[in-house]
Design a protein around this ligand. Structure first.
Ligand code: G6P
Length: 610
């Protein structure tokens, strides 16, 4: 999620690292920092905001040390402030560390380290790691040994880089679930989370795998495992140009973000599922169980894709938690005279956390005494700061204007909130466990859907000439139909409409002829038989049917012109799987039509005006 750059060699590290950070900046990071070893000290500079703010903090008297690490942060734990920016240092200011990822057992480690006298300066999980290494490095041994020993105690994901005054020309870097590579130069070496940060200097890289540690000096690099056993690794020659690398090798950010969904959904769920209790752990709600039990009604609000996620949340909340729930466009809610009081929970959903209407709706709700929660992706954003509590999506930066991975993470987060409310009310431990297990299995199923991308690309080829497309779904998949239509219209400029399948006969059926593709979202859920009849109705009028079905389905497949299969899961979680073929379909159609997929006309990623 965040960016790491490190350098060790004969040249001053600061300028080189700033260049590297700038290469990563396009992702919209919110704070930055660097540290170099100089005359036996760690020189640390950090700033909230973009790289330019860091440059300003550096001033004209830049540190001249030749070994250093740098970081751009996209906040996950703690607001995007200077104190929370990386690198983090230990109590004695002899170590500096940068970290991407999430340390899941940070609070347990923090308590243990505080008892041993360590003093913490930030709210981050990362700082725990640097104190842990300090603790272990205090004994004899090398920095690499101390890092290995620390990482053996850590649960979670990380890409890290560490420097120490005791070994002034060494960087120790390690990876578990967060990308990292060593860039091999001539008498100088680099470490980076992304090849684009080192490409100006070298195209020879060693990609670290999970569980590997790199020990880097100007003339040498060694790769060891967490038991300090040496490993042989191949050097890869990077062929891609810079722009391709920034997009992880994908043609567009949108495709990259679609493909990231196994990981982004996993990150939303990480550390939050309590399988034994059939419950969830949500640390940021800031509402006690007693307060949550006083809630007698939920209003979900948002705009665009986030509003669609809200509709799915409504169905979940009423089915599993038996709480009356409504979903309102934020722009409507804010100017009505909505009925909310202190027993109403108003949940704002927003990827950016900055959408003006959603923010205003939440402010209005608060003014009227409601409890407010935010389901937000961008940590420290205005909505995240102003609500009483919330659930961060942890989906990572979303650059493509058409929201994709934020949507599936929003659904996952809504399932978590539903479990929380449900287990306090009507949901049994057995029902809770069933949902928790299904959630835990979801990322692997997402991966299976993504494996069908080539098939969907071929289908897009056949649909690219359509000038209208109708999307139909029922139950949990009605909002997916809306989202599928929105994806298509926003990036390919093809007119598309989403409808609850049964409403078709009250109007849209008049549009159907042999030129009209109709996309049915028809997995085998509680309303499967019902939607089957709707498919028949379309076929009877000569429509072209494309259907998203459950693996092995034969009934819809018999009627449809094309089917795309998705794996089976609980009804409430099917949207996470069924929306993916629709995202891909829209993407490939837009590519065929030659539109600017990542920056479609007239649209903005973050709508901060009403
Ligand atoms: C814009 C974006 C959409 C997004 C909507 C709400 O219209 O283009 O992709 O769904 O805003 O944004 P939010 O950041 O509040 O989720």
């Amino acid at each position: 999620m965040c960016g790491i750059v490190g350098y060790t060699g004969p040249r001053p590290a600061v300028g080189l690292m700033l260049d590297g950070l700038r290469r990563l900046e396009y992702r919209g990071y919110d704070s930055a920092g660097l540290a170099v070893v100089e005359d036996g000290r760690i020189e640390l500079r950090r700033a909230a905001g973009r790289i330019a703010a860091l440059e300003q903090a550096l001033g004209s008297e830049r540190p001249t040390g030749t070994t250093g690490i740098a970081h751009t942060r996209w906040a996950t734990h703690g607001a995007p402030t200077e104190i929370n920016a990386h690198p983090h240092t230990d109590c004695g200011d002899t170590l500096a560390l940068v970290h991407n990822g999430i340390i899941e057992n940070a609070s347990a480690l923090r308590t243990a380290l505080a008892q041993r006298g360590h003093v913490f300066r930030s709210e981050t999980d990362t700082e725990v790691l640097v104190h842990l290494i300090e603790d272990l490095y205090a004994r004899d041994g090398t920095l690499a040994d101390a890092v290995a020993a620390a990482l053996r105690q850590v649960e979670g994901t990380y890409g890290i880089a560490v420097i120490a005054t005791r070994e002034p020309d060494t960087i120790v870097a390690a990876r578990h679930g967060s990308p990292l590579l060593v860039g091999i130069g001539n008498g100088e070496n680099f470490v980076a989370s992304d090849a684009s940060a080192v490409l100006a200097h070298t195209r020879s890289v060693v990609y670290l795998d999970d569980g590997e540690i790199a020990v880097i000096t100007p003339r040498d690099h060694r790769i060891i495992d967490l038991r300090s056993v040496e490993k042989a690794k191949a050097i890869t020659h990077v062929e891609w140009d810079l722009a391709t690398i920034e997009r992880g090798g994908y043609a567009h950010f949108m495709l990259k973000e679609i493909m990231e969904q196994p990981e982004s959904v996993r990150n939303t769920l990480r550390g939050r599922l309590l399988e034994e209790d059939g419950a969830v752990h949500l640390g940021g709600l800031n509402l006690s169980d007693e307060e949550l039990l006083q809630i007698d009604r939920i209003v979900i609000t948002g705009c665009g894709t986030s509003w669609h996620a809200g509709l799915i949340g409504e169905y979940m909340m009423e089915e599993l938690a038996r709480l009356p729930t409504e979903v309102e466009y934020a722009s409507e809610f804010r100017y009505r005279n909505p009925i909310v009081d202190e027993r109403t929970l108003v949940v704002g959903i927003s990827q950016s956390g900055e959408t003006a209407d959603t923010l205003a709706a939440l402010r209005e709700a608060k003014r009227r005494g409601a409890r407010t929660l935010g389901l937000v992706n961008v940590v420290g954003s205005t909505i995240a700061r102003e609500v009483d509590g919330g659930i961060y999506l942890h989906a990572g930066p979303e650059i493509g204007v058409a929201s994709t991975k934020a949507f599936t993470s929003q659904i996952a987060a809504l399932a978590l909130l539903t479990l929380q409310m449900g287990r306090l009310r009507s949901l049994s431990i057995l029902q809770g466990r069933q949902v928790v297990r299904a959630l835990a299995g979801l990322p692997d199923l997402v991966e299976r859907v993504l494996a069908r991308a080539p098939e969907i690309e071929r289908l897009a080829g056949r649909l690219a000439d359509a000038s209208n497309v109708l999307y139909l779904g029922r139950g949990y998949n009605f909002p997916v139909a809306l989202e599928g239509a929105l994806k298509l219209k926003e990036i390919s400029y093809v007119h598309a409409e989403g409808y609850p399948a049964a409403e078709m006969k009250h109007g849209p059926i008049a549009l159907i002829d042999e030129l009209m593709p109709v996309v049915f979202v028809a997995p085998q859920d509680a309303v499967y038989q019902k939607i089957l009849s709707n498919v028949e109705e379309v076929k009877a009028r000569g429509g072209r049917v494309i259907a998203i079905v459950t693996e092995g389905d034969t009934n819809v497949a018999r009627l449809a012109d094309h089917v795309i299969e998705i794996p089976e899961t609980l009804d409430l979680l099917t949207p996470v799987l069924s929306v993916i073929p629709l995202q891909l379909l829209a993407y490939y159609i837009a590519v065929r039509r030659g539109t600017d997929v990542d920056q479609p006309r007239n649209l903005a990623k973050s709508v901060t005006v009403e």
